[in-house]
Write a protein that binds this ligand. Structure first.
Ligand code: ATP
Length: 367
């Protein structure tokens, strides 16, 4: 079993800055878990503490059934892939991959078997005699992964391993890493600031901010049921729209009213929010939950409007439409590609089942 269990781990850097503020995380055997969050949220520090590259100032880290707080990195049974790959430039690909095993005094034949097997899995058999400088970025990335695979560790640690690749290669390599995980089933902790990478790779996604875990759940759960406004705003492209206002009652219905707009809440939300009538809230609307109609064709029953189309970004079969109102509210809608002119007025419909109501503030709870 190679569970990784973090219990109340903390990191205070010399000088007193607290980068990680007491994190609890139970990573299951064979799980692929992704730590994601904006720059400076403490995700790399957390990973480096698991690796043993950063001393831990509080709490415990267990890998398998062993607490490793005081175990040196080389004895933790982990293999780490860094953003810059950290390959030895003077060594061939073969020697780069074999190096860790040689240090651990593995027999030559076993080293060869493991290197050949990893090279086959990664499709780099033909590169084994090359030096890193004669490789493309994508090939170097594979060698770095190969070096981790040959170790057959209890846990892989990845620190932004795709950030030096171009966009297309990043997407391809992402899929390869996922296939590799299905094949090897090694417990994996993966750090990225890219929410799309996190959502596509992780069995579970850990969203971090300011040294704390905000939410840890499956990608769909964090997307559809974000616990607070921070998580809601961090996941999703384009990001969720937020409108400030308050809860009011109209004809017996609980409604959101603010920034010149008024919408009834869906019945479940209305039940939960009825006791808060009059309170300040933030309404969250996903761009893909919006539909647009020409202003002239809209009836009196339309929920909002008018919105002015400021900018249209065509994306092929969809387009992002940046909208504003005379009161200064700004929203983005992702809609099916259609004829629409910048500068015209439209009305918006919202999928109210998918609207979120948050308490005020950057970390306001999802009500
Ligand atoms: P990024 O994606 O930019 O790497 P991150 O979420 O991985 O960000 P960390 O590298 O874990 O963030 O850093 C967390 C915080 O700790 C940051 O505010 C950073 O400035 C601070 N920090 C990191 N290393 C040190 C250090 N050696 N001494 C003092 N502060 C540090």
């Amino acid at each position: 079993m190679a569970e990784v269990v973090l219990t109340q781990i903390e990191k205070v850097y010399p000088g007193g800055f607290k980068a990680v503020k007491g994190i609890d995380l139970h990573i299951n055997d064979a799980e692929f878990i992704v730590l994601v969050g904006p720059s400076g949220c403490g995700k790399s520090t957390t990973l480096r503490m698991v690796a043993g590259l950063e001393e831990i100032t509080g709490g415990t880290i267990a890998i398998g059934d062993r607490v490793v707080n005081d175990v040196p990195p080389k004895d933790r049974d982990i293999a780490m892939v860094f953003q810059n790959y950290a390959l030895y430039p003077h060594m061939s690909v073969y020697k780069n991959m074999a190096f860790g095993l040689k240090l651990r005094k593995f027999p030559k034949a076993e080293i060869d078997r493991r290197v050949q097997e990893a090279a086959r899995i990664l499709g780099i058999e033909h590169l084994l005699e090359r030096k890193p400088k004669a490789l493309s970025g994508g090939q170097r990335q594979r060698v770095a992964v190969g070096r981790a695979i040959v170790r057959d560790p209890a846990c892989f640690l990845f620190d932004e391993p795709l950030s030096n690749l171009d966009a297309k290669l990043r997407v391809e390599t992402r899929a390869e890493l996922k296939r590799l995980h299905k094949r090897l089933n090694t417990t994996t902790i993966y750090v990225t600031h890219d929410q799309e990478e996190a959502m596509t790779l992780g069995d579970r996604v850990v969203v971090m901010s300011e040294g704390l875990i905000q939410q840890c759940d499956t990608p769909l759960e964090v997307y559809n049921h974000p616990v607070n406004r921070f998580v809601a705003g961090f996941l999703g492209t384009p990001p969720m729209n937020f409108l400030s206002g308050k809860l009011v009652e109209e004809n017996g219905q609980v409604c959101f009213e603010g920034e010149g707009q008024k919408f009834p809440l869906n019945p479940d939300q209305a039940d939960r929010c009825r006791a808060r009538l009059g309170s300040e809230v933030t309404l969250g609307l996903r761009p893909e939950g919006m539909f647009l109609k020409p202003h002239e064709s809209a009836s009196n029953e339309d929920q909002t409007g008018p919105f002015k189309v400021d900018v249209i970004e065509p994306l092929g079969n969809t387009m992002d439409v940046y909208l504003s109102t005379s009161t200064g509210a700004r929203l983005t809608a992702r809609v099916a590609a259609e004829e629409l002119d910048e500068g015209t007025d439209v009305k918006c419909y919202f999928n109210l089942q998918k609207a979120h109501v948050f308490e005020p503030g950057d970390y306001g709870l999802n009500l």
